[in-house]
Design a protein around this ligand. Structure first.
Ligand code: GLU
Length: 428
C-alpha cells in the first residue's frame, strides 16, 4: 500500500476496517462512509482595490443522528472537497467519542487568510454565511474555528446570520471571543484537553510526567495550549515546537537547551502561529528545519499541525525513546505510521479523542448561549477535564476488552454510539 491515500480515502479506510470488525449492517456502513449532505459554492468578495474576487467555499454535513452537525471552518489554500469530507466524518466520531449530543460537519474556503486585509476577511466571512445561512443554525449545524479562522471571524459570521434571521442567535457559531458570546476556557480547551488525555495515558503507562519530554509539531491554538499544559499542568519539559513560517513559506523547529517556554513564544507569535525567528534567536532558541521536530529525543510526540505529517517515511525518524503519541491535529498519522506504532508498542491517543476538548467546550459554549448564563473559567475547565477523562477511559476500556489498538477502540466506541442513535431514530 505504498500509494498515499488522500484524507477522505484515509477516513473511509479507517471506518471500513472497524465496520468489518463490528460486523456493521451493510446499509448502515454505506450511510456512514459518506456525508449526508454537501454544499459547494462560490463566494464573490469585493476587494479593497475595488475588484471582485471569487472564492470557493464548502460545508459538509456528515451525520446528525446524535444532534446538530458540528465542526469548524478552515481557511486554507490547499482545501479540497475531500479534506472537508474527511474532517466532517472525523467530527461525527469526535462528538460521539466525547459523548456530546452533536453530529459531524466541517466547512472550508480555499484561501490563505494572511493575504487578505481585515475588511476583506470580514466580507469573505459574511459571504460564507450568505451562501449557507439557510442550512446552518443552533438546531441544524453549528460551525466553529479551525485552521486559518479566528474567534473574531466567528463573531462576524454570527452577526451576519443574526441579521439574516432577524434575531440575535449566538448559538449558531461557537469559538466566539469573550464578550462576543464566547465561553471562558474555549481558547485553552483543545490544548488542555490533549494535556488531560496525556495525563491519563501516562498513569496507564506508569510514566512520570515530571520526568517526561515532549516534541510538538505546530504552534497554532492547539499546540500552544498543549505546550503550556504539558509544562504547567503536567510539569514536563517541551523539547521543541515546529511552526509554519508565513514569509518563508516553509516550517521551522524551535528548541531551547532549557526546554521551550511556550508563554514566552506566544508573545512573539503572530495570529497564524508564525514565530518571530529573530526574537527567538535573541532569546537563545535554536532554529532548525521544520522536519527536525520528529527526531528529537522525547517520550511524547504531539503532532498538532496538519493531517498526514507522521507517515511511512517520517515515522522512521522518531527516537527510540518515544512511548506515547498524542494526536493534537486531525488525521496527523497515516495508516503506515499506525503500523509502526503497533510494531514498536507505542501508545497512541487518536485524534478524535485527543483533540475533542475544543468541540466539547464549543458544546459548553452553545449550552451557555442557550441559557444566556455563563460559567467561570474554572467551571468550564473542570467540566472539560471530567468529560475528557471519561472519554479517554471509555476508549481505553474498549481497547483492553477487545484487545485492539486505541484508534480502533475509539472508532468502536464512536461508531456504536452513532449507530445506536440511527437505529433508535428508525433510520436503519
Ligand atoms: N475545529 C475544531 C475541531 O476540529 C473544533 C470544532 C468545534 O468546536 O465545533 O475539533
Amino acid at each position: 500500500m505504498a500509494e498515499q491515500l488522500n484524507a477522505f480515502q484515509m477516513a473511509q479506510a479507517q471506518f471500513d476496517g472497524v465496520a468489518k470488525q463490528l460486523k456493521l449492517d451493510p446499509v448502515i456502513a454505506e450511510m456512514l462512509r459518506w456525508p449526508m449532505r454537501e454544499f459547494s459554492f462560490r463566494i464573490p468578495v469585493r476587494m479593497d482595490d475595488g475588484s471582485t474576487r471569487i472564492f470557493q467555499g464548502y460545508r459538509v454535513q456528515h451525520n446528525d443522528a446524535r444532534g446538530p452537525n458540528k465542526g469548524g471552518i478552515r481557511f486554507h489554500p490547499n482545501e479540497t472537497l475531500d479534506t472537508v469530507r474527511a474532517l466532517a466524518t472525523w467530527m461525527t466520531w469526535k462528538c460521539a467519542v466525547a459523548d456530546i449530543p452533536l453530529g459531524g460537519g466541517k466547512g472550508g474556503i480555499i484561501v490563505d487568510p494572511a493575504t487578505l486585509s481585515v475588511g476583506e476577511k470580514e466580507r469573505l466571512c459574511r459571504g460564507w454565511v450568505q451562501a449557507m445561512w439557510r442550512n446552518i443554525g443552533p438546531r441544524l449545524d453549528v460551525p466553529a474555528p479551525d485552521v486559518g479562522t479566528t474567534p473574531q471571524m466567528m463573531d462576524w459570521m454570527m452577526d451576519e446570520y443574526s441579521k439574516l434571521v432577524g434575531q440575535y442567535t449566538p448559538g449558531v457559531f461557537t469559538g466566539k471571543p469573550l464578550g462576543g458570546g464566547g465561553s471562558e476556557g474555549r481558547t485553552e480547551a483543545t490544548g488542555f484537553g490533549v494535556t488531560y488525555c496525556i495525563r491519563e495515558a501516562m498513569k496507564h503507562l506508569k510514566m512520570d510526567p515530571s520526568k517526561s519530554v515532549a516534541a510538538i509539531q505546530g504552534f497554532g491554538n492547539v499546540a500552544q495550549y498543549a505546550a503550556i499544559g504539558f509544562k504547567e499542568i503536567l510539569g514536563g519539559k517541551v523539547a521543541c515546537v515546529a511552526c509554519w513560517d508565513r514569509e518563508d513559506k516553509t516550517s521551522y523547529t524551535f528548541s531551547h537547551k532549557d526546554g521551550v517556554d511556550p508563554r514566552f513564544l506566544l508573545t512573539i507569535t503572530d495570529q497564524y502561529g508564525t514565530i518571530d525567528k529573530k526574537k527567538a534567536k535573541e532569546a537563545g532558541y535554536v532554529i532548525e528545519d521544520g522536519s527536525a521536530w520528529i527526531s528529537k529525543e522525547a517520550d511524547v510526540l504531539i503532532p498538532a499541525a496538519l493531517e498526514g505529517q507522521v507517515n511511512g517515511e517520517t515515522v522512521k525518524k522518531i527516537s527510540s525513546r518515544v512511548r506515547l503519541v498524542a494526536e493534537g491535529a486531525n488525521g496527523p498519522c497515516t495508516p503506515e505510521a499506525d503500523e509502526f506504532f503497533k510494531k514498536n508498542n507505542i501508545f497512541n491517543i487518536p485524534d478524535f479523542l485527543c483533540n475533542s476538548g475544543g468541540v466539547t467546550t464549543s458544546y459548553f459554549e452553545s449550552v451557555q448561549n442557550d441559557m444566556n448564563f455563563y460559567w467561570t473559567k474554572e467551571e468550564v475547565l473542570q467540566r472539560l477535564d471530567t468529560k475528557m477523562t471519561q472519554a479517554f477511559h471509555a476508549v481505553l476500556e474498549m481497547s483492553e476488552k477487545e484487545k485492539v489498538y486505541m484508534r480502533d477502540a475509539a472508532y468502536m466506541v464512536a461508531i456504536s454510539r452513532v449507530v445506536k442513535a440511527m437505529q433508535l431514530r428508525g433510520w436503519a
